[in-house]
Ligand binder design. Structure first.
Ligand SMILES: [Mg+2]
Length: 232
């Protein structure tokens, strides 16, 4: 088995508890009842996708004509921007501790979020001991223009290229089924983080390992290519 020598992080839902879901819901008023966008529906059809794809998926699931998707996506971005400016997001401490542990052990680290907002948020996160989360990566592909969003593997492939690492030696960390599918399509190893009781979605997407906290991952044996939870 090849060693795992680089780790590519999705950001929203993995490193940051960001307000995307709330913004989608708030922006839905006027098009449909916001309450109909449940957390379950959000994780199943929106999470991880580029903005316009997410808008289309919500409207299709709620039976609203798709020609409203651009308006919806624009409204969502406006709501989200205001939430970010107001500091309405937090960092997942287990995610940051995991990332720092990997770096200490010499693994290369990339960020690969579909969202153009990820860098804005990460610039505002100070790490324990100094420095910003935004500056913790060896490569940062967040919000870069890709021809195809997740579940297409393009953004992850570009991250692997930027890290000069073969896809088979890259581990993708994702909270969304679309992201796990993208990692697998890119020929990478996949780790699912289920923070919302939605492990079944990540298992269905065939994540190699699913955990409920990134502190559960056995970091020591990654260099042997083994991906497993820590023995308890
Ligand atoms: Mg995500």
């Amino acid at each position: 088995m090849q060693p795992i020598s680089a780790v590519i992080f999705d950001v929203d839902g993995v490193l940051l508890d960001s307000p995307h879901e709330a913004a989608w819901r708030q922006a839905l008023a006027g098009l449909a009842e916001p309450g109909r966008l449940t957390g379950e529906l959000y994780q199943a059809v929106v999470a991880g996708k580029p903005r316009l794809d997410g808008a289309r998926a919500v409207l299709a699931a709620l039976g609203v004509p798709e020609d409203r998707a651009e308006d919806y996506a624009t409204a969502k971005q406006a709501v989200l921007s205001a939430m970010i400016a107001a500091g309405q997001f937090t960092v997942f401490d287990d995610g940051v501790a995991f990332l720092r542990d990997l770096k200490r052990r010499g693994l290369k680290i990339a960020a690969a979020s579909s969202s153009k907002n990820a860098n804005r948020m990460m610039a505002l996160i100070e790490l324990p001991g100094g420095g910003r989360l935004l500056d913790a990566f060896d490569a940062n592909l967040c919000g870069c223009e890709v021809a195809h969003g997740k579940p297409d593997p393009e953004i992850f492939r570009r991250a692997a290229d930027a890290l000069a690492t073969a896809p088979a030696q890259c581990l993708v960390v994702e909270d969304a089924g679309a992201g796990i599918a993208a990692g697998r399509a890119g020929g990478m190893r996949t780790l699912g983080i289920a923070r919302h009781g939605d492990a079944a979605l990540l298992v269905a997407a065939q994540a190699e390992l699913v955990v409920t906290s990134l502190s559960h991952v056995d970091v020591i044996c990654l260099h042997e290519g083994r991906l497993r939870a820590r023995p308890i």
